[in-house]
Design a protein. Structure first.
Length: 104
């Protein structure tokens, strides 16, 4: 019988969950590094956009985009933490169930 990943035959691998959590947290750090690097660029000067307010519009857009990158950084780090929590919960539950069977 082939399992679709749910029901009989389902299993989790705590070490892989830990690795996945680490990767999410690292991705958040990578996005943060890019955000910081992009934030140092002067992207909205008159030399780039000319007059007539285009520079100010670009500056507002750039600022909003930087804020969005910050949200993504926080979300990736939070997801990584939740995956680590899931790993710990799975390991604790598995240990508890194993103790119950050993005591029976």
């Amino acid at each position: 019988m082939v399992s679709d990943g749910a029901g009989p035959g389902f299993s989790a691998h705590p070490e892989k969950l830990g690795d996945a959590g680490d990767q999410l947290i690292a991705a958040g750090g990578d996005v943060g590094t890019v955000k910081d690097g992009l934030g140092k660029l002067a992207m909205s000067g008159e030399d780039t956009f000319g007059e007539y307010g285009a520079g100010e519009a670009a500056k507002a857009f750039w600022s909003a985009w930087q804020d969005e990158l910050g949200v993504n950084v926080d979300a990736l780090k939070e997801l990584g933490g939740k995956v680590h929590d899931t790993r710990a919960n799975y390991a604790n539950t598995e240990a508890g169930v194993s103790r119950q069977y050993q005591g029976a």
